[in-house]
Design a protein. Structure first.
Lengths: 337, 173
């Protein structure tokens, strides 16, 4: 929604500026645009503007987006082609669509990386964690970073492993997108969030970074769920595997597998627990846009929980009327026998 | 399943789903036999509507059910070899068997094999529309079932039509 608003205001801005063609007026409009976005928009990152460090980052992306990079060897004078370590290959497009799009690489990485070949010690540099920038800052209050950290420390990812399990294990700061808002479709949010889990839990190599135990086959351990693949597309892993906290956008307290939700009716019922998490924001949106959208936009049919109470009531009333009519008919038939 | 509530468990949800799936497949199979039977035998003729006289015939039959039956008037469309159903029955059966049944079977099969459902129909989820359609039609059919069973008691005696179902002979009024 915010994106749409800012998109509309940007369009309006360009139309008006072409119409007026006066510099002072465009400056005034630019000012109005910025202030209006500040008032309406909750997005902290300007997703429309050109990424601030696009040029300086280009130097890094020159090699770090490729599988094969080349450089001139000062000793031999030859141009050499080498394979890039797959862990250091980035997607520049994803970076520029992510929330950290305006950052320069050296904002977080050592300036020593500006020279090539990179100094060997640079690789041992301590990395920032999420909380180094986002913790205790009112700007990010709406994201509840402190609560996320608190929940994370209670989660199996933290209690089962040492400090080496940090935010970056699941969240890539180079491509992170905020996807919890009402302006994404539920299916997109589900896909994005589940990818976070599946990337490791369905990958033997990544899984073995943390443990020597055998990786459980996801399809096999979820065999009790009918249509597992469809469930995986429709709901997030965390729906069943976390302790749901109402104030959180995305629950981070991943529970031991024994505590995972296993009862069908916890979701498939009129007071489905999904209302507290997955559908919460969609519903807020639906309520804002009126009655019809509340029916159509809740494209979240869960059998036994379509939440169309209207249908339930209509059906019960009609059944009641039919039974009543039959009772009356029976009464007169007996009476006139 | 529509009214399921974990606080009032009438039946376990997973069991309900299983029974529902099995019942759905049996209904589909029986429906295919019904269609094949109507195509292959003369039974299909009983389902042909006479559109021109429809309104008049329907009124007559409705009047019989609402008034005539209490005054012991004879039924306006007695059953004979040419006519198994009265006009009201015919309309209802045609709508049910050729209208609602195919819809519930197709939507039901789609929900049983969800990968075949079109994902988006006019900005709205295909699953949602399929499921809602299945629910509404299912409800209409269950309403039909209740009324249908009641009307079976309208024979010469309340149980005579049930006897006919078993022995094949109709008892006239």
């Amino acid at each position: 929604m915010e994106r749409l608003k800012s998109h509309i205001s940007v369009n309006l801005f360009f139309k008006l500026t072409t119409l007026m063609r006066t510099k002072s007026l465009s400056a005034l409009l630019l000012f109005l645009l910025i202030t209006s976005t500040a008032v309406f928009g909750q997005l902290l990152v300007d997703m429309e503007a050109t990424p601030a460090s696009v040029e300086s980052n280009q130097q890094c992306f020159e090699c770090h987006t490729r599988q094969i990079y080349s450089y001139e060897n000062d000793w031999s004078g030859l141009v050499e082609r080498k394979a890039m370590n797959p862990n250091y290959i980035l997607d520049s497009a994803a970076f520029h669509q992510g929330v950290h799009r305006h950052f320069a690489c050296t904002d977080c990485h050592s300036p020593e990386y500006e020279s090539f070949p990179h100094a060997a010690e640079a690789r041992l540099e301590p990395m920032y964690s999420c909380m180094d920038c986002h913790g205790g800052d009112e700007t990010y209050e709406q994201y509840h970073f402190e609560l996320i950290e608190e929940e994370f420390y209670k989660s199996v990812h933290s209690t089962r492993y040492d400090d080496s399990f940090d935010c970056w294990m699941c969240h890539d700061p180079h491509a992170y997108k905020a996807m919890t808002r009402g302006d994404f479709k539920i299916s997109e949010i589900v896909q994005n969030h589940n990818k976070t889990c599946i990337d490791c839990h369905n990958d033997a190599v990544k899984f073995s970074i943390l443990t020597d135990s055998v990786r459980p086959d996801l399809a096999l351990v979820h065999e009790f769920i009918p249509n597992y693949n469809l469930h995986l597309k429709a709901v997030r892993c965390i729906e069943c595997h976390t302790a749901q906290e109402d104030t959180m956008w995305v629950a981070h307290q991943i529970l031991e597998k024994e505590f995972a939700v296993k009862k069908c009716v916890d979701c498939h019922s009129s007071n489905t627990m999904l209302m507290a998490s997955l559908y919460k924001y969609q519903n807020l949106e639906a309520r804002q846009d009126g009655f019809l959208n509340a029916i159509i936009l809740n494209n979240s049919y869960v059998i036994g929980a379509n939440r169309n109470y209207i249908f339930n009531i209509i059906s019960i009333v009609l059944f009641g009327l039919a039974l009543l009519a039959i009772a009356v008919h029976v009464f007169f038939r007996i009476k006139n026998r | 399943m529509q009214y399921s509530n974990p606080d009032l468990p009438l039946i376990r949800f997973d069991l309900a789903v299983q029974f529902h799936n099995i019942a759905g497949l049996i209904v589909t199979f029986n429906y295919l036999i019904f269609v094949a039977g109507n195509l292959a035998t003369k039974n299909g003729n009983y389902y042909r509507l006479e559109i021109a006289k429809l309104y008049k015939d329907l009124s007559l039959q409705l009047e019989y059910y609402l008034i005539g039956v209490f005054k012991k008037r004879p039924t306006p469309f007695p059953i004979n070899e040419k006519r198994k159903f009265n006009p009201l029955q015919k309309v209802t059966y045609v709508a049910t068997m050729y209208g609602l049944m195919p819809v519930i079977i197709v939507t039901g099969l789609a929900l049983l094999f969800p990968e075949i459902i079109i994902e988006k129909i006019f900005q709205s989820s295909g699953f949602f529309l399929t499921a809602i359609l299945h629910t509404i039609v299912g409800f209409m059919l269950s309403l039909f079932l209740v009324i249908h069973v009641y009307f079976s008691t309208m024979g010469s005696s309340p149980t005579s039509n049930f006897k006919s179902m078993v022995n094949g002979y109709h008892e006239p009024h």
